[in-house]
Write a protein that binds this ligand. Structure first.
Ligand code: HEC
Ligand code: HEC
Ligand code: HEC
Length: 110
């Protein structure tokens, strides 16, 4: 009896934790893109605020499906101002959605 009660309680707690995680976002909260993509360069690393973006945008704005994971765009060029993060992912959307200071270097590199 005691064991069953404990098992039930544990399951309940795990479910609650699960929902809490779901509600506060999917995947990592913040992602250091410089480290993840092993980018070499002098600019300060961009730590992408993943969950903050999820509050305003559907997963499919950046990922092929709602499960997330891989990006819809393929990042090949990782050097200089013409890098694919600038050109294919971050800048086009910031321009389209008129994000305040969305193209200012210091908004992303810090
Ligand atoms: C504005 C763009 C954007 C949106 C919207 C977005 N993501 Fe992401 N996501 C990224 C970027 C950038 C990465 C990091 C690049 C990589 O992993 O290749 C990432 C990585 C991930 C990863 C794997 C890496 C990790 O550490 O977690 C998962 C899982 C994920 N996203 C799930 C989601 C889900 C689920 C949603 C919707 C609730 C979502 N994302 C919405 C941009 C976005
Ligand atoms: C909307 C976000 C965003 C803005 C604004 C932005 N960048 Fe980037 N930039 C990135 C991301 C993401 C990367 C790839 C990850 C990294 O290097 O940390 C990158 C990489 C770079 C790189 C290649 C890597 C390196 O360290 O050499 C350079 C150069 C660069 N940015 C310069 C700039 C300059 C200069 C500005 C302002 C004119 C700027 N960026 C504005 C997001 C941004
Ligand atoms: C599909 C659209 C979309 C993409 C792609 C996108 N962003 Fe954004 N980003 C937004 C929007 C919308 C906001 C404004 C959010 C708000 O008002 O809170 C924003 C805001 C930001 C901010 C400012 C946050 C603040 O506290 O003011 C940073 C930094 C940022 N994005 C970085 C990035 C980087 C780096 C990338 C590429 C890896 C990226 N974004 C890709 C839509 C996008």
């Amino acid at each position: 009896m005691k064991k069953a009660g404990l098992a039930l309680l544990t399951t309940g707690l795990l479910l609650m934790v699960g929902f809490a995680v779901q509600a506060s976002g999917s995947g990592a909260e913040k992602i250091d893109l410089k480290a993840k993509y092993q980018i070499e360069g002098k600019k300060d690393a961009v730590v992408f605020q993943h969950h903050q973006h999820q509050e305003k945008l559907a997963c499919t704005k950046c990922h092929p499906t709602t499960a997330g994971g891989p990006l819809s765009v393929t990042i090949v060029n990782k050097t200089g101002m013409g890098n694919d993060f600038h050109q294919k992912l971050c800048w086009p959307c910031h321009i389209e959605m008129k994000v305040p200071k969305g193209k200012m270097c210091s908004t992303c590199h810090k």
